[in-house]
Design a protein around this ligand. Structure first.
Ligand SMILES: [Zn+2]
Length: 415
């Protein structure tokens, strides 16, 4: 029997186990301290147990210290499976998840994933549990089929992806664990058809504005300075000024423009009849590589200066996250070709190469000169209530990963 068929047969047999493993690890909320959680350590242990159960090599722990997290660490796990050459193929997925959000919008318990007819529903089953589990089972299938891969296969499960990656992939890159000739797949994004390969990301800028006026009784606005009203005006002014200043289009990306979205707003007063003296709100900006973030920040500062003068409120700007876009991955890079060949075989589709709003772990690799690709076959429901993963997608991903793992290294070196 051909290697390919053997692997597919193994994975077909493993599909229920794969789903149950996904359910098991997603029962543990791994929310970053920045988002109100305790970190990833308990989930990392559950993943370690799964790795042992599957008979794969013992995971290495690469912890970043974080006193706010459970046990004071943010763990990153690496499972290395030896290959015939020194070349390495990495699959980098993240363990952390975003909080459930408004619980009333969920039909099921977000942290007790439900297996339904064609899907599994719960926080983190799609982003990024689906791919994490698919990569583990792909390697497990390879082992069961008795295949020695031509390259070392390294599975990497990182912390902190949802809030900036400083305890996750950035920590590992600083440790010097990667080489420029590594093949890196970040399976953390894609489309339903499974034919989209991401090779570029927009810059990311998250900022927060703290605005202070003067609190007063709501019947005496003349004695206060309503921070709520000014926050409304300022938010719209920023929104309009940014969209006006950066109208560029780039068809590599979807959407093809820069985006500037007002998002989080801190709660203010507890009662209706008080004029708030303080407001805090945030913007999430995804900016095309051709628009420098310094220019974006200049527009923000200009709007703040003019509104400060008009309103008499104090306004402070805080940058919560800033990631300037890295140069994109060459669509002819070995990892893109390796992936393209595998997904054509599994899905019978030609891959489409393009850019997204960011930001995955791939951006950090690209900053280090390592050409990473991002791929997944998944429903578009990350970070949403009733997040789900289709059983079919999970199986397809495992097949694509398994084919990538068993491909010969000569094939990918052909020009
Ligand atoms: Zn993700």
């Amino acid at each position: 029997m051909k290697e390919e068929e053997k692997l597919f047969q193994e994975l077909e047999m493993l599909k229920d186990a794969m789903l149950e493993s996904l359910q098991g690890i997603c029962r543990i909320p791994a929310v970053a301290p920045d988002a109100g959680g305790t970190g990833e350590v308990l989930k990392a242990r559950a993943i370690q147990d799964l790795v042992r159960e599957l008979g794969l090599p013992e995971p290495e722990w690469h912890n970043a210290r974080d006193t706010r997290a459970e046990e004071g660490i943010r763990p990153n796990l690496i499972v290395r499976f030896p290959g015939a050459s020194k070349e390495r193929l990495w699959f980098v997925s993240h363990m952390d998840v975003v909080p459930e959000g408004d619980r009333s919008l969920w039909d099921t318990d977000p942290f007790d994933p439900l297996i339904a007819e064609d899907r599994i529903i719960g926080r983190g089953v799609n982003d990024n549990g689906q791919e994490l589990v698919a990569s583990l089972y792909a390697l497990h299938a390879l082992q069961r089929a008795g295949i020695t891969p031509s390259r070392e296969i390294s599975l990497c499960f990182v912390a902190d992806e949802e809030v900036g990656s400083s305890y996750g992939i950035q920590h590992l890159l600083k440790e010097g664990l990667f080489r420029e000739d590594d093949l890196v797949l970040v399976p953390d994004g894609g489309n339903q058809e499974g034919d989209f390969v991401e090779v570029a990301e927009k810059s990311i800028l998250w900022f927060q504005i703290t605005l202070e006026g003067k609190q007063a009784h709501a019947s005496r606005p003349d004695e206060g300075n309503n921070a709520c009203r000014e926050a409304n005006v300022l938010s719209v002014a920023l929104d309009e000024a940014l969209h006006r200043a950066f109208p560029e289009q780039n068809e590599l990306f979807a959407p093809s423009c820069s985006t500037f979205e007002p998002t989080k707003r801190a709660s203010n007063v507890g009662n209706v009849n008080t004029i708030p003296g303080k407001e805090i709100f945030c913007f999430d900006c995804r900016v095309l590589p051709q628009a420098p973030l310094d220019a974006v920040l200049r527009v923000v500062e200009e709007v703040l200066a003019s509104r400060r003068e008009i309103s008499g409120c104090t306004m402070t700007l805080k940058i919560l996250q800033r990631d300037d876009a890295a140069p994109g991955t060459d669509p002819r890079a070995p990892v893109v070709r390796l992936l393209g060949e595998a997904l054509e075989k599994v899905l019978s589709r030609k891959p489409q190469v393009g850019g997204i709003g960011g930001g995955t772990c791939a951006a950090y690799f690209r900053h280090h000169g390592i050409p990473a690709a991002v791929w997944g076959q998944e429903a578009n429901c990350a970070h949403q209530p009733n997040e789900y993963a289709l059983k079919e997608h999970l199986l397809n991903e495992a097949k694509v990963f398994a084919l990538m793992m068993c491909a010969s290294s000569e094939a990918s070196n052909l020009q």
